[in-house]
Design a binder for this molecule. Structure first.
Ligand SMILES: Nc1nc2c(ncn2[C@@H]2O[C@H](COP(=O)(O)OP(=O)(O)OP(=O)(O)O)[C@@H](O)[C@H]2O)c(=O)[nH]1
Ligand SMILES: [Mg+2]
Length: 254
């Protein structure tokens, strides 16, 4: 490697400015927890009560009532249209992920110079995460973003059995061409898919294994599919699942 290239790598190591960029589509039907999850990934989650400014002269009881009302308002906010969020993955985290991965596909150490994977190893990875609203009227938009995504995160409310079928059907509509039925399905785009059973903190929430069986993900004609579980609200098990997606997007990149 030339001196200049070595220097460039050294300067760029771990810095978002030099890192390559990949696009992730993060969706789920309304209420699944997509926005909460993305806020946690991007490090912008906050306690609603803490975010509210206490007014001068307000009594503790008044403050308590206002904070509860504020928390409710925040929780009731549905995403409208499309939001874009930035998430930076540090190069050391990428190296650690590849080291601990049990996958048998070629190591990133062998990635050709200048490839997305090699650049991410040197400088980290910028993720552009698109959150498209989960309301019924917005779901047709998912496909538009899917076509140009390097990876997909599909969020399911694991504690809401009443809406599970709806979540399953919407995922199938997104992944497969409408003229095919499951079993003979043809994926419209073959990018890594991470399905998350969210709200694992709630009693009775489906496990990742249960969701995997119910969705029949082993039938999905994709090269890389993983079902994990997490709690976006408690910020639990998010990073480990995100890193699975990062690794598989990098392995699939040219
Ligand atoms: N208990 C629990 N509640 C969660 C979790 N994730 C999200 N929620 C709650 O679920 C509700 C919906 O979360 P959102 O993140 O707004 O859902 P969304 O998928 O973005 O919904 P749309 O914007 O309508 O598409 C909110 O009240 C969240 O606080 C979780 O892991 N556990
Ligand atoms: Mg939302």
């Amino acid at each position: 490697m030339s001196f200049l290239k070595k220097l460039g790598r050294k300067l760029g190591a771990g810095s978002p400015g030099h890192a390559p960029q990949m696009t992730v589509l993060c969706v789920g039907i309304d209420g699944a927890g997509t926005s909460t999850l993305i806020r946690a990934m991007a490090g912008t989650s906050h306690s609603p009560a803490a975010a509210r400014q206490r007014k001068a002269g307000e009594t503790a009881a008044d403050a308590d009532r206002s904070e509860q009302a504020y928390a409710k308002k925040i929780q009731a906010q549905h995403t409208v249209g499309v939001e874009e969020h930035a998430v930076f993955i540090d190069s050391h985290e990428i190296a650690a992920q590849f080291r601990t991965s049990s996958s048998t596909s070629p190591s990133a150490a062998a990635a050709p110079d200048g490839s997305v994977c090699a650049r991410a190893f040197a400088a980290g990875l910028n993720l552009r995460v698109f959150n498209v609203a989960g309301s019924e009227g917005s779901r047709a938009l998912w496909r538009t973003y899917y076509d140009s995504a390097d990876g997909v995160m599909y969020i399911v409310d694991a504690a809401d059995p009443d809406r599970f079928l709806e979540a399953k059907e919407e995922l199938e509509k997104l992944l497969f061409r409408s003229d095919n039925i499951m079993g003979k399905a043809v994926a419209s785009v073959k990018v890594p898919l991470l399905v998350l059973a969210n709200k694992s903190d709630l009693q009775g929430a489906m496990s990742a294994e249960q969701l995997e069986v119910k969705l029949k993900t082993h039938l999905f004609p994709l090269d890389a599919v993983h079902v994990g579980s997490c709690s976006a609200a408690e910020q639990k098990d998010i990073r480990v699942n995100l890193m699975w997606l990062v690794e598989h997007m990098l392995r699939a990149a040219k």
